[in-house]
Design a protein around this ligand. Structure first.
Ligand code: AMP
Length: 254
């Protein structure tokens, strides 16, 4: 059974009672799909207790429209967590998590400034801050992140090492739809036509074309491009279809 915890005090009592049991933690923003569930299932397999947080973190949104329109589907999410054998769902509100009135934050100065960071100023500071808060509250043995957000994964690993956090960061493969589009909560904001069009993004990213050719092909297919780049033996990209922003990355040997 998934226990729903909304009070910080309740969670702190529960956490004390769990003592040194192995906890696997999956932080999410909800609107759960099979990508999130694959992380939960792995956490359940590798730990005694699985904890998932659902919190649409305002400080990582650089566009207010994106925050307002971010899909929120809490009852369906809780059913999915139940099916995935998650023990605790943490649903804390903004006041609880940011009782410091946003006056304390984690800043990374280098990796967080390029690619996603260049196009989404402040995004990674928001991500690192909320993840650190949750790592302190949950004190997990393992914390699970998707390769879908590859730069985020690298930054979390970097923060955990830099701040001597006693949690192991576990990277999980990107889960894709039948046409290779990476599952994402933002996909639900695509129209039926855009959803069909979106499948070209991973296909073109995965082709042998050069970066310039990829950009040209995507432009011709109606995408607006933030960046296509090669780094960390991956090919990474961020594109827009109208008002919906998609990111993806694939393994890449230069
Ligand atoms: P989000 O709710 O978008 O913040 O994502 C929560 C976690 O799920 C992050 O670690 C993401 O990288 C991961 N995730 C999101 N989509 C996928 C996917 N398609 N495959 C694997 N992991 C994913």
């Amino acid at each position: 059974m998934t226990n729903i915890v909304t009070s910080l005090k309740d969670w702190q009592d529960i956490r004390k009672s769990l003592r040194d049991r192995d906890i696997g933690f999956v932080p999410t923003m909800g609107n759960l799909h099979l990508g999130h569930i694959s992380l939960c299932e792995r956490a359940a397999k590798e730990n005694e207790i699985t904890v998932v947080s659902i919190f649409v973190n305002p400080t990582q949104f650089n566009l207010s429209d994106d925050f307002i329109n971010y899909p929120r589907t809490i009852s369906a999410d809780l059913e999915k967590l139940q099916e995935a054998n998650v023990n605790y769902a943490l649903l804390f509100d903004e006041k609880t998590l940011y009782h410091d009135n946003y006056e304390i934050k984690v800043c990374e100065t280098t990796l967080s400034k390029i690619l996603e960071g260049e196009y989404r100023p402040g995004h990674f500071d928001g991500v690192l801050t909320i993840v650190l808060k949750f790592l302190n509250l949950v004190q997990p043995k393992h914390c699970y992140f998707g390769e879908k957000d590859y730069q985020q994964l690298l930054l979390i690993k970097k923060m955990v090492a830099a701040l001597f956090i006693p949690t192991e960061v576990v990277a999980c493969k990107t889960i894709r739809d039948h046409d290779a589009l990476a599952l994402s909560s933002r996909n639900s904001r695509l129209t039926a036509d855009q959803r069909k069009q979106a499948a070209s993004f991973p296909q073109v990213l995965n082709s042998n074309a050069s970066i310039a050719e990829i950009e040209e092909q995507l432009k011709q297919q109606g995408f607006k491009i933030d960046y296509i780049a090669e780094a960390w033996q991956r090919r990474l990209g961020a594109v827009w279809l109208d008002k919906v922003r998609l990111i993806d990355n694939v393994e890449w040997e230069a």
